[in-house]
Design a protein around this ligand. Structure first.
Ligand code: FES
Ligand code: FES
Length: 183
């Protein structure tokens, strides 16, 4: 029998009519429409579904939505402020912390949880913390560099690069640096 569950996600309140066994992952993606959180293994191994619940890193594929009643949930969509990327998002772009991108929301959420708890982690501490987030593309070094860049203050908070990136991509189509040089 369905139950009414109130979830607070990225500062917004949602009231859902869901089965008691509805996973938080599916409530976020399919009921609320926040598809930034990804489903990989579905068994708590890959970290793609990572979100924060009351600031704590959890696998949303192992968490019942009903258990999050009244708790503060943060997904990847909650990190940017308008057009301003979170420093971790900016760092992953600048330091090449992703390729296909499927693991990236989970990586960034996990990294945020780490830096919230330990703002200046060592390489080993980063590696140990991030061990639960698998990536089949990057070889992990770029992810490590991205997180270190934020910890070391190399990324300026509030960098507003979404438009810049779009602009750079468009420009690359028409300049000698692009694949389709029309000059
Ligand atoms: S989908 Fe949840 S840990 Fe892999
Ligand atoms: S960027 Fe492709 S799996 Fe990590």
């Amino acid at each position: 029998m369905k139950r009414t569950v109130e979830l607070r996600v990225n500062g917004q309140d949602y009231e859902l009519e869901i089965e008691p066994n509805r996973l938080l992952l599916h409530a976020l993606r399919d009921d609320i429409g926040l598809t930034g959180t990804k489903e990989g293994c579905s068994i708590g191994v890959c970290g793609a579904c990572s979100v924060l619940v009351n600031g704590r890193l959890v696998s949303s594929c192992l968490t019942l939505a009903i258990a999050c009643q009244g708790k503060e949930i943060t997904t990847i969509e909650g990190l940017a402020k308008g057009d301003e990327l979170h420093p971790l998002q900016q760092a992953f772009i600048e330091y090449g912390g992703f390729q296909c991108g499927i693991c990236t929301p989970g990586q960034i959420i996990a990294a945020k949880a780490l830096l919230d708890e330990n703002p200046n982690p060592s390489d080993d501490e980063i590696k140990e913390w991030m061990a639960g987030n698998l990536c089949r593309c990057t070889g992990y070094y770029k992810i490590l560099e991205s997180i270190k860049a934020v910890a070391q203050g190399k990324i300026k908070a509030g960098a507003s690069r979404r438009r810049d990136l779009r602009q750079a991509k468009i420009q690359s189509l028409y300049t000698s640096e692009g694949l389709h040089d029309r000059k």
